[in-house]
Design a protein around this ligand. Sequence first.
Ligand code: G
Ligand code: G
Ligand code: NA
Ligand code: MN
Length: 254
Amino acid sequence: MALEHQLHRAIEREELFLQYQPKIDLQGGSLAGFEALLRWRHPTHGVVSPEEFVPIAEENGLIVPIGDWLVRTAIKQMASWHAAGLPEIPVAVNLSARQFLQGDVVGLVDEMLREAKIAPHLLELELTESLSMADPERSLAIMRELRALGVTLSIDDFGTGYSSFAYLKRLPIDKLKIDKSFVNDMVHSSDARAIVQAIVAMAHSMHLRVVAEGVESAPQALALRETGCDQAQGYYYSRPLDAREAGSFLAPGP
Ligand code: G
Ligand code: G
Ligand code: NA
Ligand code: MN
């Protein structure tokens, strides 16, 4: 397949890049962090979404070198913002199951954080619920090692998988991200509001912080704030930004 062939050369040709989407502190309104989102600037197709190429890369194993590139690039970007005198801010990186289980994530993260002199808690790893299904024991062991490094761990797209709170309780995680499908329905559906309310309450009782994703409107933001949700992310606040734009977002206003 053509895309697969071209993906092989995407890293060396520097066609991959990251965009950074702001996360906002819902109660205080300040910038709380960025989520790094992967993009491929294809020479002829334009910008290709990870939804198109991550599944291909997962299948052919390229997801492992892509994951290395991702972690390195995000951490280098943090170091470069820091060197420019900008405030230190958490940056989250998405890791697929295969990236997490096949590569040496622990070694890579440890090495990169030391080299860039970044405080480990500023790096967040967003993992999906399905990750732990693939190989529960190994996932748990890797999560514990990352946690021991001081890295922040987050479960992404929460509510779309099958994990129970009982199961969640066993995971060494810091944060939950509520899937955008719930956020989307909140304003019009009291069921969706009740679900979000329950997720936030239970997460807090487990000492987890909660992030809502896919916030697109003021009424959604308001409804979320009322649940006590900690952080929010979505087009309402900002779309994903190029590194330079994200840097300006970090700089204190005039
Ligand atoms: O970034 P976007 O807005 O298009 O994301 C589409 C999908 O791709 C989402 O499910 C998102 O989690 C995933 N995605 C975005 N960036 C990365 C990444 O760096 N690694 C992995 N594994 N998935 C990513
Ligand atoms: O799976 P993950 O949660 O990492 O993916 C986040 C995805 O959501 C990315 O594709 C990102 O571009 C997208 N996204 C970010 N903000 C919004 C939003 O407000 N609405 C919608 N529909 N998608 C969003
Ligand atoms: Na994510
Ligand atoms: Mn998500």
